[in-house]
Design a protein around this ligand. Structure first.
Ligand code: IVH
Length: 685
């Protein structure tokens, strides 16, 4: 047994000598530094050196060591990014220095006025400026003591904010540790803007749509909502990012210019925005104002303007601040572009899980450099709230989203013949009944053979993050479904060269490439397959959790609601959805077809069958002396067993520690084998 545990890096702590502890400390320290280095490469510099797989392996190794030696866990360990316990409420903290806001301008004339004010304040000296992008997110302050990230807070009212350290730790581009030498930087506060990329925002909203939850209106709201969640483990699942834009406090002033301080931030491992420029005068500033007016549309995050800052810190000091704004900086805000147009029609789009989304078909209009023909209306409640009718003149706006949105309609332009929208009772594609569960905002098509749903399912199945079938794009999916060649996702594995070459816009070479990609996808692996199935509420993260708990589709199909619910992070709704998915005859049939086609239905781990506790079900109750609960679970799992939360007739062993709960009584009632910790260790031997 000891040999077994050692193999997992799980030597029993009691037997360790001092020098062993030192060696383990060193190993842990090396792993942490290595992971932090790769965090920086990936999240800050966007220049990874190792694969995700290798990174995960390092993190897992560290986690395993820390599980066995919890006394060696430190707050700056990369394992501490995952979240931890939910908070009851946030503490209010006072900022070291007020977090002022910026004065706004919208025109060149106002910019000239700013420059004149600055020069007057500097008694005729010519200032140099730094121009930065104004990121549309949330301002935060981060404090580092002796190089360790110790506290972070929201801007709040500028004087006091909310302490959200745990949530901020989940943001990978925030370094938990920075290298400081000398006393000047031994206590620093930096400020920056937390934001979501458009891609991250779309992902969060797609998941919310699947769950029938109200959608976030824009990336900023989604970032704010994510940052202020009381449960940091949910924040950890949101792809938040940050740009640090200044050092607000240092023990001794060591820089002469803002530009120098930005370079120091970069050197320390903070993520600064790469589009910052140095300008010799206002003329150069104005040039950049024009450059970014349109160019900002190309970025994958929202930029609502530019920030113009006096470069010299000595000049900044001389200029000082009003109670609200610094006099040495100003924001040039770009107006969100809006356009007026007529809503010609409201159609309904069918999503992968049957969700029905109303979309406005617009009289084409130019907006922010492109011709807009449609705008999302989100859901029926939103249409009612804004009283949007077919025939209305609408104000549309392009925010961070790819598809623009309807802000409001112009009541004065109504002629009286506008028509109210009503969600159809039947799916516009397959004719099946439409159902909107109580308490949900999303209406759904109930047709199991709905071609629109099938197209979306195929699209999801083939996605890069799912089975990764390159070349299976929308044009091909449309033809495969419309020509009745593919009736479920498993049918793609029966496609042949002749059929594919017969499709429009499909040369033989491309057909062969697609076939190769389909064939390759059979080995995509269990995790990807679980995600690819498109089970409601099972996004990438849940799929990952599931694939850690279950190693084959056969096991997962057999999982009971309570087994699933006993897994941390899997709530009743997700558990219910998984169970219901596998109960459906149609889904079982498709899974069988996938299996017959040779799609890998289990994780590689399962191939090492024959574990000591194979197929055995355990329930743990009471406190164990030698293991934490997580360690005991891990050991059981590694030896092929399973740990569940409820004692049922299927339970093989109940392991009883100190102060056992009601599970102990239940085990006695059902006559299940009860063992104590010694018995548990013996069993493993
Ligand atoms: S400097 C005292 N730089 O815009 C000057 N702010 O009202 C402090 N923001 O609350 C702000 N990008 O959250 C600065 N490059 C940037 C910024 C930026 C976004 C936010 C910040 C602040 C608000 C200004």
């Amino acid at each position: 047994m000891i040999a077994n545990l050692l193999q997992f890096g799980m030597e029993r702590p009691a037997k360790l000598k001092d020098q062993d502890i030192e060696a383990i400390k060193k190993k842990i320290e090396d792993l942490r530094n290595n992971i932090l280095y790769h965090d920086r490469k990936y999240y800050v510099e966007d220049n990874p050196e190792i694969s995700d797989y290798e990174y995960d392996r390092l993190l897992r190794e560290l986690k395993e060591l820390e599980d066995v030696y919890p006394q060696l866990v430190t707050p700056d360990s990369p394992t501490q990014r995952v979240g931890g316990e939910p908070a009851e409420k946030f503490q209010t903290v006072e900022h070291m220095l007020p977090m002022l806001s910026l004065d706004n301008t919208y025109s060149n004339d106002e910019l000239i006025e700013f420059d004149t004010r600055v020069k007057k304040g500097l008694e005729g000296e010519e200032p140099e400026y730094i121009v930065e992008l104004k990121i549309d997110g949330l301002g935060v302050a981060l404090i580092y003591e002796n190089g360790l990230f110790i506290r972070g807070a929201t801007r709040g009212d500028g004087t006091k904010g909310e302490e959200i350290t745990q949530n901020l730790k989940t943001i990978r581009s925030i370094p938990l540790k920075i290298k400081v030498n000398g006393p000047a930087l031994s206590y620093i506060e930096v400020r920056g803007e937390v934001f979501l990329t458009h891609q991250g925002f779309d992902r969060i909203n797609a998941e919310r749509e699947d769950r029938g939850e109200p959608l976030f209106a824009n990336p900023r709201n989604a970032a704010a909502g994510s940052l202020r969640l009381l449960d940091p483990s949910i924040t950890a699942s949101r792809p938040l990012d940050i740009f640090i834009y200044n050092i607000s406090y240092v023990r001794d002033s060591v820089f002469k210019t803002h530009f120098e301080s930005l370079q120091t931030l970069k050197r320390l491992g903070f993520k600064t925005n790469p589009n910052t420029v140095f300008c010799r005068d206002l003329k150069e500033v104005m040039h950049y104002v024009e450059v970014w007016r349109e160019k900002r549309e190309e970025l994958d995050y929202d930029v609502d303007g530019l920030v113009i800052k006096v470069n010299s810190l000595e000049q900044q000091k001389r200029l000082g601040s009003t109670t609200k704004h610094p006099r040495w900086a100003i924001a040039y805000k770009y107006q969100a572009e809006q356009a007026f147009t007529r809503i010609e029609e409201i159609i309904v789009q069918v999503g992968r899980t049957g969700s029905l989304t109303p979309v406005a078909i617009l009289e084409p209009v130019r907006l922010a450099g492109s011709i807009i023909k449609r705008a999302t209306l989100h859901n029926e409640d939103e249409i009612i709230r804004k009283d949007i009718r077919i025939g209305d003149t609408a104000v549309i706006e392009k925010g961070g989203e790819v598809i623009p949105k309807v802000l409001r309609v112009v009541n004065e332009k109504r002629k009286g013949n506008e028509v109210r929208f009503k969600m159809p009772e039947r799916c516009p594609v397959c004719g099946a009944a439409v159902f909107r569960p109580e308490g949900e905002v999303v209406a759904r098509c109930t047709g199991s053979a709905c071609p629109a749903q099938l197209k979306e399912r195929l699209h999801h199945f083939a996605a890069r993050t799912a089975m990764d079938i390159d070349h299976l794009g929308p044009a091909i999916i449309d033809q495969l479904v419309e020509k009745n060649i593919v009736k479920d996702v498993a049918d793609i594995y029966s496609l042949d060269l002749a059929t594919l070459s017969g499709l429009e816009r499909m040369a033989e070479k491309s057909a062969q490439n697609l076939l190769n990609a389909i064939d390759r996808s059979k080995d995509a692996g269990f995790l990807r397959l679980v995600y690819a199935l498109g089970i409601r509420y099972v996004g990438e993260r849940i799929a990952q959790i599931i694939s850690q708990e279950y190693s084959s589709m056969d096991d997962l199909i057999k999982a009971r609601r309570e087994d699933l619910e006993s897994i941390p992070e899997i709530g009743p709704r997700v558990a219910e959805s998984i169970v219901v998915f596998f109960l459906q005859e149609e889904n079982r049939r498709v899974l069988k077809k996938l299996k017959d086609a040779g799609v890998q239905m289990h994780s590689k781990r399962e191939e090492k069958k024959g574990g000591l506790l194979e197929e055995k079900q355990f329930v743990l109750t009471g406190t164990l002396e030698r293991f934490t609960r997580d360690q005991a679970k891990e050991i059981i799992k590694r030896l092929g067993g399973r740990v569940t939360s409820f004692v049922t007739k299927k339970t093989d062993y109940v392991v009883v520690g100190r102060d056992p709960g009601s599970k102990y009584d239940r085990a006695k009632e059902l006559g299940i084998t009860i063992i104590d910790e010694e018995g548990f260790i013996k069993l493993m031997e």
